[in-house]
Design a protein around this ligand. Sequence first.
Ligand code: HEC
Length: 240
Amino acid sequence: MNFNLTNIPNILKNGFIALLFLVFGLVSCTENPDSPGVEYMPDMYRATGYEAYLKKYDIDSADFFKRNLDKFGYDKAPDSLKLAIKQEVQELYNVFSGGLVTRKPVKGSIAKGKKPFSIPKGDRSLAKSVKMPLPYSETSALVEGKAYYGMFCVHCHGPKGEGKGSLIKKELFLKPPAYNNGSTKELTPGEIYYTIYYGKGMMGSHASQIVEEKRWKIVQYVQTLQGNSLEDLQSNNVEE
Ligand code: HEC
């Protein structure tokens, strides 16, 4: 009889396949619960994970190996192997001069979409003459500005800028001055922007939470709370 797969009875064929699965199943068992087993192209799954701004000398610290390699048995390896691994890791991390894996931004770099405020901290008097760069409109002042004010300022300054927000009512914070009173009423858009950017007294800086355009829209809304009508703001801004 010729050997032909079609001649083998089905029961034998199925039995053979089941046996194969069983053998594979048993062979792939291992006692080490951390073992990933046999991996197909492991380099693809496990790329070298660089830590940003890590310096070569940091690798000498015991902490680096504790965090990264002890789980793979580094702590239990003999000294000669430890040294070899250390050298290999140092080689891997020596991407840029000085053993840096990430280039530091050039001094004075500005992140995309960010523009620093031209008035340095402490020079508040210079902010007085800084003009509103956005045109005043109902949308920017009374819709968007108001909405952002509601997100970032209202809990202290209150819905009408009177200085009685929910935190103040609960006596969790010192009462800020009302916008439409005394010297606060006279604050120019540049000064209000300066306060948002750097904070003042108990009020912290809001520069990191709010992008430039939104800060100016909030300023527009605060100006209406100072008692200015939108029409006044529009015509004053055009004149200057
Ligand atoms: C955590 C509470 C708090 C939040 C939030 C807050 N402020 Fe203030 N703000 C204060 C306090 C308190 C003062 C008084 C600071 C002082 O004079 O020492 C103040 C003062 C001010 C002043 C007057 C500054 C001056 O030069 O006299 C303005 C304008 C102002 N805040 C605007 C804002 C705007 C706009 C926001 C939202 C982006 C905001 N604040 C968010 C608490 C807060």
